[in-house]
Design a binder for this molecule. Structure first.
Ligand code: 5AD
Length: 331
């Protein structure tokens, strides 16, 4: 789908977004606290078999100082992200969350992989309320072939049990993995719709350096944007991020995401000396700085939400989902 039908789809999604959230978008910061990873996902540059990375764990005091004293005024939430590294969860993430909750009003989300129940409980007790855990792809055989974490059904079990124990769960999937066609995208949308989520991301596949998929092609941006729009129409109340990979897929991709139903932006506050080795796609990243994020919002006639995402989830009403979108063409 492209041309005027696509423009109409995106406009309909933008209208649905404004109906639910007005012109405000959530602004969060991400800190990437460890690039150690025990997983080996074929698409991801941080996979354990990639020996070309210098692995690091950040110092929680350095990050706390940055976030408590030097964060941009527009930031209402922090997402703490890492490879799947339980050591970093204990040594860096937990103390950082405790400091943030004690000294700031920031909402805290975490994206740390599939962990033990014990660690989920500790993270929640420390004060995190949002868990980001992507299902990546809807098909169990492809999931296994791509060496994504555990099995698809285990991943879905974690999503259900996190939601059942009080987390606000956001998931996500990748569009345009090698061999994926339109029917796979419809299936990923459909799977997302069955899960107990408050948000979902759509990431365009970017061939990662030093991965088995390095020679494959970048996802089609239109497919990615059409999935964002379809997701918005399917679940008007979900929080849908404009992911930074949209910048790598297309020079205007990020702003087009905001035009097609996304309502959350993320600025990267990982200290410069660490960032170089946090490589999901390529070393040469397109870093979403405060300036780039705020420029994109302003250029789209939007404004930063003063209410945090965590607060929104705490108080927000959920609206009944729209139906009928599943049959819509996304390609
Ligand atoms: N292209 C697109 N998205 C990717 N991710 C990892 N590698 C890629 C890639 N090559 C996404 C996955 C993962 C998140 C951290 O980044 O969805 O969960």
């Amino acid at each position: 789908m492209n041309g005027s039908a696509q423009a109409a789809l995106h406009e309909q999604a933008a209208v649905a977004t404004r109906g639910q959230f007005g012109r405000e978008v959530f602004v969060r910061a991400v800190v990437e606290v460890s690039n150690f990873c025990r997983e080996n996902c074929a698409y991801c540059g941080m996979r354990r078999d990639n020996r070309t990375l210098a692995r690091y764990r950040a110092n929680h005091e350095q990050l706390a100082d940055l976030l408590v004293h030097h964060r941009p005024a527009s930031v209402t939430d922090v997402n703490i992200q890492a490879g799947e590294d339980p050591v970093a969860v204990r040594e860096v993430v937990l103390p950082l969350i405790r400091t943030l909750r004690r000294e700031t009003p920031l909402g805290v989300s975490v994206c740390l992989g599939t962990l033990s129940r014990e660690l989920y409980v500790k993270l929640q007790s420390a004060g995190a309320t949002i868990y980001i855990i992507k299902f990546e792809i809807d098909d169990a055989a492809s999931y296994e072939k791509l060496e994504a974490p555990g099995t698809l059904s285990e991943r879905l079990d974690h999503i259900h049990s996190l939601a059942g124990s009080g987390w606000n769960v956001s998931s996500g999937f990748i569009v345009g993995l090698p061999g994926q066609g339109p029917s796979d995208l419809a299936a990923s949308l459909k799977l997302a719709g069955t899960l107990p989520l408050r948000g979902c991301s759509v990431s365009p596949f970017i061939p990662g350096e030093a991965t088995p998929l390095a020679g494959e092609v970048v996802a089609n941006t239109n497919w990615t944007l059409n999935c964002i729009a379809a997701l918005r129409l399917m679940r008007p109340d979900w929080v849908i991020p404009a992911v930074s990979a949209l910048n790598l897929a297309d020079k205007d991709g990020y702003r087009r995401g905001l035009r097609a139903g996304a309502n959350l932006v993320t600025m990267n506050l990982t200290p410069d000396d660490l960032r170089g080795d946090y490589v999901i796609y390529k070393r040469k990243r397109f870093i979403m700085t405060e300036e780039r994020v705020l420029d994109a919002i302003t250029a789209e006639g939007l404004s930063p939400s003063r209410r945090s995402l965590a607060e929104h989830y705490r108080n927000g009403v959920t609206h009944p989902a729209a139906t009928g979108v599943m049959t819509m063409a996304v390609a």
